[in-house]
Design a protein around this ligand. Structure first.
Ligand code: 0A1
Ligand code: ZN
Length: 882
C-alpha cells in the first residue's frame, strides 16, 4: 500500500469531454475462451472546449484493431496504457471509429463488466464497468444511442437480450444465432446491458395511461418460474403508482427483468433491461420471508422508478450520484408507504438510517451526500448517498408540501429531460418552482455538502401567567474527516404540542393569528433559536421532529414521565414509537454503566410496565406493536456511547429482554396464540404485522428461557409452512442451548440445500448467533458445500452476518478481526467490491477499548500490507487508519 498510492478524483476537476459519442453500434461474438467485441462509434467534437485528443477508458482489454474512418491505425497511431487508449489526431469534427477488443467473461470474478453467472452471460456496467467491455469514454455525461448485435450458441444461450427493442434476429449457422436490439433513448454507457443465457420467463402486460401497451417479462433460471409472481405484481403496481403520484409514464413497448444469482448489489436499472440479484426477485411463501417480499416490492419499484430519475435524467458525473439515488430511494420509500403501513415503513426506514448511515457519518469514511473526492467510485454506493440522500429529498417535501414538491419535480423534468445534470440543477428546479416558499436555499444546500449527523438539543418552558410556551433549540455539527468547520443547516422541525389531555394544542407563534391544533413545520436555521407559542392553555409536552422530519440526533430534556406520556398519547405514530425507544435507550445505557461500575443491574419496574401497556394494546395495530416492543439494537446503543461496551450492552439488553419475557409471560403467550397463522397465506400488511407480533412474543419467551416458549418454537419450526415463521423459529433455536438445535439446523439444510437463497438464511442465522462458539461455527461453514466465497450473497450472509454480530466480531481477543482480515485479503483478489464492503466493518475500530483497538489495528495493517491491494480496499483501509 505504500508504493504509488492510488490518486483521488476531485469534483472541482470536472471538465466536459472534448468529444461526444453520439451513436454506438456494438457487436458481441460470445464464445468460450474469448468474446470478440466490435464497437463502432459516431464521434463529434465538442466545440465548447479546446481541441484535445480522444481519450478512451479501457481495462483488462485485448485490443485487436482500431479503424478511424476507413483507415486502420497502426500501433504508432495511438497510445495505449493499462487504463486508456488515446487517439491523438482525429480528422474533422465528426468521425466514425471502429474498435475491436477481446475479453474473457468466463474468468471475470469481480462481476463487473461482462461476466458469467451459472453459465449465463450478463453485464454490470455501473459505475465504471463498461470500460471492461470495450474502449469508451466511460463517464455518465456522454450519452449515446445504442444498437447491439448479440451472437452466441443457440443451445447454450437461447435467450439473447439487450436494451430497447428487438429489431431483428436470425440464424448464424454452426449452431449459432443472433439478435439485434435498438434503444431509441440516448443513455450513458453505465446503463448498457446484455444478457445471454438459458432462461425462462413469465410475462404480463401494462397499459400506460396514454394507451401504450407494454410487455413485461421476468427472466429466471429454469425451475424458478414459480417464484416470480410477487415481483411482477410489484412491477405493475410501481408503473401505476408512478403515473398517479409523479405523472411519469413508461417510454418503451417492452420492459425486461433478468434475475441472476451472482450479483454484487441488489439490482441495476439498465434501460428496459433491469438486472437483479435473485434475492430481490424470487419469492414463494415457503422460501421467502415477509422482509424478502417487502424488499422485492421496494427494489423492483426502485429500479423501475430509475427509468425517469436516473435514466431519462442522469448524473453529470459520479459526485452527483445522490441526484438519482437519493431521489429514487425517496420515491421507493413513498411507494412502499402507500402500498403498506406508512408509519411502520417510516419506523423501519429510520431504524436503518440510524443503524448504518449514522454509523457511517460518525466514522472515518464519513462523506457528504455529494462527495467532493473519491479514489474508487464503487465505494460511494453508501447509506449516505442513498438513505441520507433520500432524507434530503424528504426535507424538500416537508418544506414545500406535496404540491410544491411536485411543482419542483415537474420543472426538473421540463428542464432536464435527456440531460446529465447535477444536484445543484435539482435544487434550482425546486427553488424556481416555489418562489414564495421562503426557504433559504443556500443554507439548505449544505445538506449536500456537509458530512456528519447534526445534533439538536433543547428545552422548553411554560409560563402559566401568560399561557406562553417557549421552545429553545440548538444545532451542532461535529467535524468530520476533511471538514473541520461546519455551518448551521436549515433543519425542518415538524412539531406538535401535546396537552395534558393527550390532545394536540394550537400552534400559534407570537405575533400570528390564532392557529389550529395539530402539526406545523418550523425552520431551525441558526445555531440557537427560540420559538414562543402563545395561547397555550396548559403546559404541553412537545412532540419534536414528527415523522423524523430531519436526519438529526435529538437530545431534549424530557423526563421519563414525559416520554411515557408521549408513548401513550402522541398523535404522531412515529413519535409514539420514538418516545419508547428513547426511554429504552436511556434505561439500557444506565444498566451498562451500572455493570461497568460493578453495581447490580436492576431493571426499573416503570419500563417493564410500559412495555406491558404496549403489549396489552397490541391487537389494535400488531405491526406497530411489534416495533414498539423491539428494544434498540446493540449496534444503535453502541453509537450512543463514547467507548462502546460490547459485552455490557449485550448483557443489559438480554437482562431487560428476559425481564419482559418473565413478567409478561402470560400476555406474550396470549399474543402468540391470538396471532398464530389462520387461513390462507398472505403478505398483506395486516398478515405481516400479525406474524411480526407473534414472532416478537416468541422471542421474548425464549429470552426468558421459558419452557412453553421453547416448545412453541420447536413446534413452529416443525409445522410452519411460511418461511418467516420457519426461519424465526430456527434462529431462536440456533441461538439457544436446546438439545434439538443441531438436528433442527441439519434438517433445514437437508431440505433446502438446492435453494441458494434459503441457504443464505441458514448461514446468516448461524453467523448472527450470540453463542460462544459462533466464530468456530462460521469458520467451519466456510468449507460447507453450500458456501462459495465467489458468490456475493453467500459472503454477505456468512461474513457480513458475522461482522454485524457485535459480541462475536468484537471479541476482546481480536479473533473476529483476524477472521475478517483473512476474508478481505482472500476477496481482494476475487472481487474487490465485495472485499471493500466487508472491509468497511473495520471502520469504527477507534470506538472500542484499548485492547480491541490494538487487535483491530494489527488486522487493518495486515490488510494494508497485502500485495496488489485493489483501489476499493485501499481506500477504505487507508481512511480507517488515518
Ligand atoms: N444503481 C443501482 C445500484 C448498483 C450500483 C452499482 C452496481 O455495481 C457496482 C450495481 C448496482 C441501484 O441503485 O439500484
Ligand atoms: Zn438506485
Amino acid at each position: 500500500m505504500d508504493k504509488g498510492s492510488p490518486k483521488a478524483i476531485l469534483l472541482k476537476d470536472y471538465a466536459a469531454p472534448a468529444w461526444w459519442i453520439e451513436t454506438v453500434d456494438l457487436s458481441f461474438d460470445l464464445r468460450d475462451g474469448g468474446t470478440l467485441v466490435t464497437s463502432r462509434l459516431g464521434v463529434r467534437r465538442n466545440l465548447d472546449v479546446v481541441r484535445a485528443p480522444l481519450v478512451l477508458d479501457g481495462q483488462e482489454l485485448e485490443l485487436v484493431s482500431v479503424t478511424v474512418g476507413d483507415r486502420p491505425l497502426g500501433p504508432d497511431d495511438y497510445a495505449i496504457t493499462p487504463d486508456h487508449l488515446t487517439i491523438p489526431d482525429l480528422p474533422g469534427d465528426q468521425v466514425a471509429i471502429e474498435i475491436v477488443t477481446r475479453i474473457h467473461p468466463e474468468k471475470n470474478t469481480a462481476l463487473e463488466g461482462l461476466y458469467k453467472s451459472s453459465g449465463n452471460y450478463c453485464t454490470q456496467c455501473e459505475a465504471e464497468g463498461f470500460r471492461k467491455i470495450t474502449y469508451f469514454q466511460d463517464r455518465p455525461d456522454v450519452m449515446a444511442k445504442y444498437r447491439v448485435r448479440v451472437e452466441g450458441d443457440r443451445a447454450a444461450y437461447p435467450v439473447l437480450l439487450s436494451n430497447g427493442n428487438l429489431v431483428d434476429q436470425g440464424d448464424a449457422g454452426d449452431g449459432r444465432h443472433w439478435a439485434l436490439w435498438e434503444d431509441p433513448w440516448p443513455k450513458p454507457c453505465y446503463l448498457f446491458a446484455l444478457v445471454a443465457g438459458n432462461l425462462v420467463h413469465i410475462e404480463d402486460r401494462f397499459r400506460t395511461r396514454s394507451g401504450r401497451d407494454v410487455t413485461l417479462r421476468i427472466y429466471v433460471e429454469p425451475g424458478n418460474e414459480d417464484k416470480c409472481a410477487h415481483a411482477m405484481e410489484s412491477l405493475i403496481k410501481s408503473m401505476k403508482w408512478d403515473e398517479d403520484v409523479y405523472g411519469l409514464e413508461y417510454d418503451l413497448d417492452i420492459f425486461n427483468i433478468v434475475a441472476v444469482g451472482d450479483f454484487n448489489m441488489g439490482a441495476m436499472e439498465n434501460k428496459s433491461l433491469n438486472v437483479f440479484n435473485t434475492k430481490y426477485i424470487l419469492a414463494r411463501p415457503d422460501t421467502a420471508t415477509d422482509t424478502d417480499f417487502l424488499g422485492i416490492e421496494a427494489v423492483v419499484a426502485h429500479e423501475y422508478f430509475h427509468n425517469w430519475t436516473g435514466n431519462r435524467v442522469t448524473c453529470r458525473d459520479w459526485f452527483q450520484l445522490s441526484l438519482k439515488e437519493g431521489l429514487t430511494v425517496f420515491r421507493d420509500q413513498q411507494f412502499s408507504a402507500d402500498m403498506n403501513s406508512a408509519p411502520v415503513k417510516r419506523i423501519q426506514d429510520v431504524t436503518r438510517l440510524r443503524q448504518v448511515q449514522f454509523a457511517e457519518d460518525a466514522g472515518p469514511t464519513a462523506h457528504p451526500v455529494r462527495p467532493d473526492s473519491y479514489i474508487e467510485i464503487n465505494n460511494f454506493y453508501t447509506p449516505t448517498v442513498y438513505e441520507k440522500g433520500a432524507e434530503v429529498l424528504r426535507m424538500y417535501h416537508t418544506l414545500l408540501g406535496a404540491a410544491g414538491y411536485r411543482r419542483g419535480i415537474d420543472l426538473y423534468f421540463a428542464r432536464h429531460d435527456g440531460q446529465a445534470v447535477t444536484t445543484d440543477d435539482f435544487l434550482a428546479a425546486m427553488r424556481d418552482a416555489n418562489p414564495d416558499a421562503g426557504v433559504d436555499w443556500e443554507q439548505f444546500r449544505r445538506w449536500y455538502a456537509q458530512a456528519g449527523t447534526p445534533g439538536v438539543s433543547g428545552e422548553g418552558s411554560y409560563d402559566p401567567a401568560t399561557h406562553t410556551y417557549r421552545l429553545t433549540l440548538r444545532q451542532f455539527l461535529a467535524p468530520t474527516p476533511g471538514q473541520p468547520v461546519k455551518l448551521p443547516m436549515l433543519i425542518p422541525v415538524s412539531l406538535g404540542l401535546v396537552g395534558p389531555d393527550g390532545k394536540d394544542q394550537a400552534l400559534t407563534l407570537a405575533g400570528e393569528d390564532s392557529a389550529t391544533a395539530g402539526t406545523r413545520v418550523l425552520a431551525l436555521n441558526a445555531a440557537e433559536q427560540s420559538f414562543t407559542f402563545t395561547e397555550v392553555p396548559a403546559p404541553p409536552v412537545p412532540s419534536l421532529f414528527r415523522g423524523f422530519s430531519a436526519p438529526i440526533k435529538l437530545s431534549f430534556d424530557y423526563s421519563d414521565a414525559d416520554l411515557t406520556f408521549l408513548m401513550a398519547n402522541d398523535s404522531d405514530p412515529f413519535n409514539r414509537w420514538e418516545a419508547g425507544q428513547t426511554l429504552a435507550s436511556r434505561l439500557l445505557l444506565g444498566l451498562v454503566a451500572d455493570r461497568a461500575a460493578g453495581r447490580d443491574m436492576a431493571v426499573p419496574k416503570g419500563f417493564i410496565d410500559a412495555m406491558g401497556a404496549t403489549l396489552s394494546r397490541a391487537s389494535e395495530d400488531p405491526a406497530f406493536a411489534s416495533l414498539a416492543l423491539t428494544l434498540p439494537s446493540e449496534n444503535y446503543l453502541g453509537q450512543l456511547m463514547e467507548v462502546i461496551d460490547v459485552d455490557g450492552i449485550h448483557a443489559a439488553r438480554n437482562l431487560v429482554r428476559a425481564a419482559i419475557g418473565r413478567t409478561h409471560r402470560d400476555a406474550l403467550l396470549a399474543a402468540y396464540r391470538a396471532n398464530a397463522e389462520q387461513g390462507e397465506f398472505s403478505v398483506s400488511p395486516d398478515a405481516i404485522g400479525r406474524r411480526a407480533l407473534k414472532n416478537a412474543a416468541l422471542a421474548y419467551l425464549l429470552a426468558a428461557d421459558d419452557a412453553d416458549g421453547k416448545a412453541l418454537a420447536l413446534a413452529q419450526y416443525r409445522t410452519a409452512t411460511g418461511m418467516t415463521d420457519v426461519i424465526t423459529a430456527l434462529a431462536l433455536i440456533a441461538d439457544s442451548d436446546m438439545p434439538e438445535r443441531a438436528d433442527a439446523l441439519a434438517t433445514f439444510a437437508a431440505k433446502w440445500k438446492d435453494e441458494a437463497l434459503v441457504m443464505d438464511k441458514w448461514f446468516m442465522i448461524q453467523a448472527t448467533s450470540s453463542r460462544p462458539d459462533t466464530l468456530a461455527n462460521v469458520t467451519a461453514l466456510l468449507s460447507h458445500p453450500g458456501f462459495n466465497i465467489r458468490n456475493p450473497n453467500k459472503v454477505y450472509s456468512l461474513v457480513g452476518g458475522f461482522t454485524g454480530n457485535a459480541v462475536a466480531f468484537h471479541a476482546a481477543d481480536g479473533s473476529g478481526y483476524e477472521f475478517l482480515a483473512d476474508r478481505v485479503i482472500e476477496l481482494n483478489k476475487l472481487n474487490p467490491q465485495v472485499a471493500s464492503r466487508m472491509a468497511k466493518s473495520f471502520a469504527r475500530w477507534r470506538k472500542y477499548d484499548g485492547e480491541r483497538q490494538a487487535a483491530a489495528k494489527v488486522a487493518l495493517e495486515r490488510v494494508a500490507h497485502t500485495p496488489d491491494l485493489s483501489r476499493d480496499v485501499y481506500e477504505i483501509i487507508a481512511r480507517s487508519l488515518e
